[in-house]
Design a protein around this ligand. Structure first.
Ligand code: PDD
Length: 289
């Protein structure tokens, strides 16, 4: 294995420092593309079929034809994982509308740019699991198609940075009075041992981790509801969690500067995290996908 990451670009595997994309790529010029982030545990890609299905939906939504079949993706990503040492990784893949003279109109007969890389997947620091994280709420100033995993993340970046600047770790968006999701995560709250999360729709990304949490809840008879709710509901929550492929399930212990519940990660979170870790172990052993 080379000592620098190997990336995939338009059919080739090459060291990251040698990968080149044109300045006229529509990803660079317009943010015209979509992406996925897929965790890898012990060399096994986590819920790959669900990630590829969501990628297809994103591509349909931006009217870009799928460059590869799922089988081809499986082959490319398996090779990428192997070339980067297997183990625990975070695979990032991106498809843009390709290289063309700058014009808002879709270019004709242009090949999409297809890029993928695999970075080390670092475990969540134990201090975060012990103390939880702080979040702030803010108006959702993103576009109306938040179910599309678009590479144009400027609004998400600005929101996240505003959260960091105020001493919190994540921004939680509120649209028309309803909580939607985090800048790079989905959100759950717990009240009286029931889980609540906003329903899927154009206001939020249908997170793969969110789906798994709901599946694990159903399998273990933990009541869960997909309903809309406001910030007042969050304020009176016993627990709040954030979910994402890279953060897994994070306990939120501070909301807009106030403690959530008793200000410590809660028992429902510990239970769900244990179920999640058990599922990851099955993936490592090739007993789940
Ligand atoms: N982001 N909502 C948004 C806006 C996100 O960007 C993400 C993930 C999620 C959670 O989705 P999933 O469980 O499928 O990771 C929800 C990735 C990790 C990122 O942009 O790095």
């Amino acid at each position: 294995m080379s000592n620098q990451p190997i990336v995939y670009l338009n059919g080739d595997f090459l060291p990251a420092s040698e990968a080149r994309v044109s300045v006229l790529d529509r990803g660079f010029i317009f943010g015209d593309g979509v992406y996925e982030v897929i965790p890898v545990y012990g060399g096994h890609l986590f819920r790959l079929d669900a990630h590829l299905a969501r990628l297809d939906d994103s591509l349909v939504n931006i009217r870009l034809s799928a460059p590869y079949s799922h089988d081809k993706w499986r082959e490319i990503l398996a090779a990428l994982v192997a070339r980067n040492g297997g183990k625990d990784l975070s695979v990032y893949l991106q498809i843009t509308r390709g290289v063309a003279p700058r014009d808002h109109a879709f270019p004709k007969n242009v090949e999409p740019t297809v890029f993928a890389m695999a970075n080390p997947l670092l475990p969540v620091p134990s201090q975060i699991l012990r103390d939880g994280v702080a979040v702030i709420t803010m108006d959702d100033f993103r576009w109306q198609n938040c179910h599309v995993k678009a590479i144009a993340l400027l609004a998400n970046i600005l929101a996240r940075q505003q959260a960091l600047d105020s001493g919190a770790s994540e921004a939680v968006f509120v649209r028309d009075g309803q909580v939607t999701e985090g800048a790079a995560s989905n959100l759950f709250y717990v009240k009286n041992r029931t889980l609540y999360t906003p329903p899927k729709g154009p206001r939020l990304l249908p997170g793969i981790t969110r789906d798994l949490v709901l599946e694990l809840a159903a399998a273990h008879h933990i009541p869960a509801q997909e309903v809309n709710f406001d910030v007042a509901a969050l304020r009176s929550a016993d627990e709040i969690w954030l979910t994402s492929s890279t953060k897994e399930i994070l306990p939120v212990t501070q909301l807009n500067g106030e403690p959530v519940g008793n200000g410590k990660p809660g028992p429902m979170w510990s239970r769900m995290l244990a179920l999640y870790q058990e599922y990851k172990q099955q993936i490592r052993e090739g007993r789940a996908a």
